[in-house]
Design a protein. Structure first.
Length: 440
């Protein structure tokens, strides 16, 4: 009798503790999504750092307090947890070996605590279907509120800039002058209504999801940026392809044919190069790929460190696109040199991690992501029957595509949401496998 009572009390305590962890995680998520950029950029340094650090560390610490004894008892640690700690160790090593140790350590630390550590947190939290539903409701309503706010306060502003409104920076810290992070945020938040529509919910919840998706598509179009629009197209194509895998063969054939034409035809390649030259943004990103590979060859294993000076590497480098070589008489630098000196970025998170963190970190981190994505698609039955999983993977693929246009995971809010969705995806996969085995 005493043991039964003890077990009931223990279950109640654990249930209350789990509810507390979920509440803190949701509050931390809202804080990171709304205030993280503002805290880092404009709050007093100590207050901003402590606020972001607490929001990231507190949920992960509470989960660790419960899960570590379980892992020791079972003597078995999930592969995903080992992957996160390997990423952390390699990131720390790359930072210590770089020339900009302090800057690199700060950037790597922020990435790990607002990304991979959140993945561990959501892996545990989202085992409960109730917790999954609450999280999806939160981002669904977040997309609805953000979309409504954006339309009323940004596009009704006569000068086109939201900074004239003192409240805009609270909701949209990046502003219209940098719409790429804004578009990426919308892409990640769209996972909520997409998954809700795949479920047999009430008419009211379906209506809210439809309105959220309409707002999402409308704002992406109104932003008029190539990256978010192409990402939206990629989401749609990926969804269509995996509904019927025959489309995948056609897409692979098209890619191979296009690649062969470019590789074996110098005239086609030169025409493409001249076309790229007409757009400064595309030209710059194309040049940064060549320049990044040039730097990578000099330190392929451990990289050069985050936010390192890039201009010294121009000494033995020849710029490919002439439009970037126009020199500014005032500073005696061409456009490409000015960009490198001012921003110190590769405008591509894959290239940034490869050059700054090195090949070992790049293979470990993105290899782990690929492993998780493949495992989630290779469930016990055809992907076309699991619309929830397919919708979530499509959103993640779309986000990875837009990551080719700027350093997405350098933004704590994008990093947080991306890894939260990864944790959700792992739990959806496990549920799909269970349901598939029960059906069999």
């Amino acid at each position: 009798m005493y043991s039964v009572a003890t077990q009931l009390i223990s279950k109640k305590i654990i249930a209350h503790y789990n509810n507390l962890v979920l509440t803190i995680f949701c509050l931390s998520t809202l804080f990171i999504l709304i205030f993280s950029a503002k805290a880092i950029q404009s709050w007093p340094p100590l207050i901003g750092k402590v606020a972001v650090l607490l929001a990231c560390i507190l949920p992960a610490t509470m989960i660790t307090f419960v899960q570590v004894p379980v892992y020791f008892k079972k003597k078995e640690v999930p592969k995903e947890i080992l992957w996160v700690f390997l990423v952390f160790i390699l990131g720390l090593t790359c930072s210590l070996l770089s020339d900009t140790q302090l800057i690199s350590f700060k950037a790597t630390g922020l990435f790990v605590i607002s990304g991979p550590f959140i993945f561990i947190t959501t892996m545990y939290l989202f085992k409960s279907t109730r917790n999954q539903t609450l999280f999806l409701w939160m981002i669904n309503l977040g997309l609805l509120c953000f979309g409504t706010f954006f339309l009323f306060y940004d596009f009704t502003n006569f000068d086109g800039y939201p900074n004239s409104n003192p409240y805009t920076n609270i909701w949209d810290p990046h502003s219209m002058r940098n719409p790429l992070p804004e578009g990426a945020s919308l892409i990640l938040l769209s996972a909520g209504p997409m998954i809700f529509l795949a479920r047999k919910n009430s008419v009211a919840s379906r209506l809210i999801s439809v309105i959220s998706l309409i707002l999402f598509i409308t704002i992406i179009v109104l932003l008029a940026k190539k990256g978010p629009i192409l990402s939206l197209i990629i989401i749609f194509l990926f969804w269509i392809i995996f509904i019927d895998l025959r489309f995948l063969k056609l897409l692979v054939g098209f890619v191979l044919l296009t690649g062969s034409l470019l590789y074996f035809s110098e005239s086609t390649l030169s025409k493409l190069k001249s076309t790229i030259e007409l757009n400064t943004s595309v030209t710059l990103r194309a040049e940064l790929i060549f320049f990044g590979i040039h730097i990578f060859k000099q330190n392929p294993v451990w990289g050069i460190g985050s936010k390192a000076e890039l201009t010294p590497y121009l000494e033995n480098y020849e710029i490919n696109f002439k439009s970037l070589m126009i020199e500014d008489i005032m500073v005696h630098e061409n456009y490409f040199q000015q960009h490198l000196r001012k921003f110190k970025t590769f405008e591509n998170i894959f290239l940034a991690f490869l050059v700054e963190m090195g090949g070992l970190f790049f293979i470990t981190y993105f290899g782990g992501l690929l492993y998780i994505l493949v495992r989630c698609l290779k469930i016990s039955y055809s992907p076309s029957t699991d619309i929830e999983m397919l919708s979530l993977v499509s959103v993640i693929v779309g986000f990875l595509f837009i990551s080719c246009t700027f350093d997405t995971l350098r933004f704590p809010n994008l990093n947080w949401m991306f890894h939260s969705l990864l944790g959700l995806m792992v739990n959806l996969r496990q549920r799909s496998v269970r349901e598939g085995s029960e059906t069999n």
